[in-house]
Design a protein around this ligand. Structure first.
Ligand SMILES: Cc1ncc(COP(=O)(O)O)c(C=O)c1O
Length: 382
């Protein structure tokens, strides 16, 4: 009997989701309608923030955050070396210069000591990536930023519902960006949102997602006018009502899914405590982890194969392992445009050679999880 491949992440769609989407499809508003505000309020309330600005991807959310902070030519933005390229691309879209900081080897979160070393008079923002679902060390980053005109953007795409010292991600940074891609905690197919407590920045981002136009279709209809002004160069980053309808339905199950992810992680941790060459990432006691990813480091001194062989073995066994991520500056765009060289962030580079992302999604069965752990254990016999 061949077993169905186990992906590393997978969405959960049920009848409530399809009913919500169908309602939206049959309504007068497929886009720029009332469900956008409904979803923004529901997600912002879940996270404890006062403003939510829905956009059509997590990347657009990061881009909107960069615009809200008025990042421009000559401004430096500090980003952890281990993240998805979008965390850094957003600064580049606005003409900013990405400066990569190293990561804490135990958590792969941005290392405040490295950030401190990379701050210059041109530093305008730090992107705190809540890698894998664990919040970055916001207090340490805030301390570095304080009094220097440096703002903090949370790339919280991995971490809706996670907490740092009792505070929910989405309420800690100046702006927090989320993604609703299908592998994330809740999905709108593609989609994203920026949370902030600053109403001016929220208004700016609402304009930015709509070409930089100072009003929207519904507000003009209400005012009985056709006239509008485009006051800055924006984009069409709008999230349609049909997708917001899916997000609204999904959000209701998010607390349950977070518990499931945490239970799966605890079970992996327990099973891997018996396997000496497997090191799960460290979980800091002052935080709760939303576990978008479950990442292990292989102690390559204890096994005879490298990470590539390990990856191939697990993939051949039908396990959708992945690697999150190569240091961003390894990408040719970053090497060629910004002149980054190997050796820039040694902890990130060492981690990249050893990490594997294992399956983690709310419907992962115990039997499939056991199979993943057993197959990982085989790596020591290869
Ligand atoms: C850390 C991080 N930032 C940003 C993004 C971009 O999100 P999206 O795919 O919704 O544009 C992702 C998505 O994978 C991500 O993992």
């Amino acid at each position: 009997m061949t077993r169905a491949p186990i992906p590393y992440g997978r969405q959960v769609i049920d009848d409530e989701d399809t009913a919500s989407v169908l309602d939206a499809l049959r309504s007068a508003w497929l886009t720029t309608g009332p469900r956008v505000g409904d979803f923004e309020r529901a997600f912002a309330t879940f996270c404890g923030a006062s403003e939510g600005v829905a956009v059509n991807s997590g990347t657009a959310a990061l881009h909107a955050a960069m615009r809200a902070l008025k990042i421009g030519q000559g401004d430096e933005v500090i980003i952890p070396a281990i993240t998805f390229a979008a965390s850094s691309n957003a600064a580049v879209y606005e003409g900013g210069t990405p400066v990569f900081a190293d990561v804490d080897p135990e958590t792969l979160l941005i290392d405040p000591v490295s950030v401190d070393q990379k701050i210059t008079s041109r530093t305008r923002a730090i992107v705190a990536v809540d890698y894998g679902g664990q919040p970055a060390d916001y207090d340490a980053l805030r301390e570095l930023a304080a009094g220097r005109g440096i703002r903090i953007i949370a790339d919280a795409c991995h971490a809706p519902g996670a907490t740092y010292k009792g505070r929910k991600v989405g309420t800690i940074a100046d702006l927090s960006a989320f993604s609703f891609h299908p592998v994330k905690h809740l999905t709108t197919c593609e989609g994203g949102m920026v949370l902030t407590d600053d109403p001016e920045m929220a208004a700016h981002m609402r304009r930015f997602r709509n070409h930089g136009i100072d009003s929207d279709h519904r507000s003009r209809e209400k005012a009985g006018t056709f006239a509008y002004d485009m006051v800055e160069l924006g984009y069409n980053y709008r999230l349609p009502d049909v997708q917001c309808a899916l997000g609204i339905a999904q959000l209701k199950r998010l607390p349950r899914w977070l518990e499931r992810r945490q239970a799966i992680a605890a079970r992996y941790d327990e099973m891997f405590s018996e396997i000496s060459f497997v090191r799960p990432l460290a979980a800091r006691p002052d935080r709760t982890n939303a576990y978008h990813l479950y990442v292990i480091r292989l102690d390559l001194r204890q096994i005879k194969i490298d990470r590539e062989r390990a990856f191939d073995h697990l993939r051949a066994a039908g396990i959708g392992v992945n690697v999150h991520y190569a240091p961003v500056y390894h990408h040719s765009f970053y090497r060629e445009r910004f002149g980054y060289q190997p050796g820039f962030c040694p902890h990130a580079e060492a981690a990249y050679r050893e990490i594997l992302t294992l399956p983690m999604f709310p419907t992962l069965s115990e039997a499939d999880q056991n199979y993943v752990v057993t197959t990982v254990a085989e790596l020591s016999h290869l």
